[in-house]
Design a protein around this ligand. Sequence first.
Ligand SMILES: Cc1cc2nc3c(=O)[nH]c(=O)nc-3n(C[C@H](O)[C@H](O)[C@H](O)COP(=O)(O)O)c2cc1C
Length: 192
Amino acid sequence: MYKYLIIAILIMAAASFGTYKALAQKTPSEKVSAEGKVLIVYYSYSGNTKKVAQAIQDKIGGDMFEIKTEGTYPENYNEMVQQAKEEITNNYRPALTTKLENLAQYDVVFIGTPNWWSTITPQLSSFLQAYDLSGKTVIPFITHGGGGVQNTVSDLTAQCKGCKVSDAPWVGYNDRTMGIADWLKGLGFDVK
Ligand SMILES: Cc1cc2nc3c(=O)[nH]c(=O)nc-3n(C[C@H](O)[C@H](O)[C@H](O)COP(=O)(O)O)c2cc1C
């Protein structure tokens, strides 16, 4: 099964490298109000999504919240991706071990996750189940290994009930942050 994931990722990596559209993020149909208080929420297993979260914070400020949960993964990569697949198939929702205080103060919430098996991680699903983000502007940021956005943003949107999800998410290959300042400017933020 792991073999198929690697092959699929390699094919998709080649495809996205060919068009190289990964560098050009979408232009939003609506600008975000730069007045509101910003929260940056993310889950990161191996550090790429964390790096993008930090790059966003470096450029526009805001508070950071790292999603952490119960449960561990095997050190062996094949076993790890297999466990993740089973968790996703079974709609596993691990218990959160970090707690977000005073969500009400934030107007804009960036939400980051790696693409796992074409979708969002169980850890992010647990977060979206636990916290009511309805009415807030949500800006997804996705990191991937070559597959691109796949179902990540649509699944995030479906699980973020009542959220105003931006139509210009960040979709970046692994830990790429090149282009992030222009993306944030395009969304309507004042960038440092
Ligand atoms: C369990 C697992 C499943 C993955 N599935 C995909 C996938 O379906 N498509 C893809 O493009 N990348 C996939 N990747 C690659 C990650 O999305 C990519 O390396 C990401 O940047 C990792 O982020 P992190 O370092 O914040 O955990 C997968 C990685 C893991 C560990």
